[in-house]
Structure formats: structure tokens, C-alpha cells
Design a protein around this ligand. Structure first.
Ligand code: PNS
Length: 160
């Protein structure tokens, strides 16, 4: 049986932390769907197609990985795909409460969907898309935090 995992998120923009989690997720699944959420309440910096393109470039081709966008509930999307696992990253205690609530709500909506938390590489635990956006917005160097294509996209966005 093919085990399908979903790694959902905003990926606004994708960071080295996301890339690390994608690689780790492949140890758990035969197919990994990296799913960019369209309808998150926050106003994203990058459009969904831009985020998908950055993810594809940053991760590179791998027949086990697909990059898709989704609207609506993650639980419904997982059901449609036949995915059995949701992967989320846990970086610090501060992530825990939100992640715990989300995992239990997703279980309520889709009881056989398991959420699995993965811990990123130690040197990436402080990293978040929102911090990367803030550093880039004020002209800081994000080259160690994101793929060069993402750094370039941030430069271009904030040069406007
Ligand atoms: O990268 P993020 O912003 O932490 O990702 C959050 C995301 C997109 C995974 C979450 O908001 C989500 O699953 N949104 C889809 C709508 C949904 O299912 N909401 C209920 C989850 S309890």
C-alpha cells in the first residue's frame, strides 16, 4: 500500500526549515504532497503560484514529491487525496498549543488522519517565514535562511 503524507502550510516564503522538513518527511511516506494553503486569513506576501514555484525550485525534482495548492479544509483535502498522515514541524514550545489544537480539530474532522510532528535541524529551529519576511523587508541578509531563488524573490518584492 502506498503511504501518502501531506505537508501543508503557508510557505510564504518557503525557508530552509521547510526544505529540511520535506526531506525528513520522505522517511515516513512513499508520496509526499506539499500543499500550499490558498485561503489562510493572513494576507500573503507571495501569491500561491509564486510560492509553489519557489518550493519546486528550492526542493528540486523528486518523483516522490508533488507540490499543489488547496482551498478549504485540510481534512477534506486529505480525504480526497487518500492521504493518511499530515506532517507538521514543531520548532519550540510556542508552536505547541496551536499545533495541538489543529491536530485535534483535524482528527475531529477526519478520525483516521494522523498528524505527525517532526523536529527540524537544530540550526533551523529559530527560523520562520514571518521572521524571514521581516528581515528581508528591512534589507537584511537572508541568504543563509532561504534558497537563493527565494532570496532573490524577496529582494525583488521589497525593492518595489
Ligand atoms: O504554515 P502555516 O500558516 O502554519 O499553515 C497553517 C495551515 C495552512 C496548515 C492551516 O491553517 C490549515 O490547515 N488551513 C486550512 C484550513 C483548515 O483546515 N483549517 C482548520 C485546521 S484546524
Amino acid at each position: 500500500m502506498t503511504r501518502i503524507a501531506i505537508y501543508p502550510g503557508s510557505f510564504d516564503p518557503p525557508t530552509r526549515g521547510h526544505e529540511d522538513l520535506i526531506r525528513r518527511s520522505l522517511l515516513l511516506a512513499d508520496r509526499l504532497i506539499v500543499a500550499v494553503a490558498v485561503n489562510v486569513s493572513k494576507q500573503p506576501l507571495f501569491g500561491v503560484e509564486e510560492r509553489l514555484a519557489m518550493l519546486r525550485t528550492a526542493v528540486g525534482p523528486d518523483p516522490r514529491i508533488e507540490f499543489v495548492s488547496f482551498e478549504g479544509l485540510l481534512a477534506d483535502f486529505a480525504r480526497r487525496l487518500g492521504a493518511s498522515v499530515v506532517v507538521r514541524g514543531l520548532r519550540a514550545v510556542s508552536d505547541f498549543e496551536y499545533e495541538f489544537q489543529m491536530a485535534l480539530m483535524n482528527r475531529q474532522l477526519h478520525p483516521s488522519l494522523e498528524t505527525v510532528f517532526l523536529v527540524p535541524a537544530l540550526d533551523l529551529t529559530y527560523l520562520s517565514s514571518s521572521l524571514v519576511r521581516e528581515v528581508a523587508r528591512f534589507g537584511g541578509d537572508v541568504s543563509a535562511l532561504v534558497h537563493p531563488a527565494v532570496a532573490e524573490a524577496l529582494r525583488a518584492r521589497f525593492a518595489k
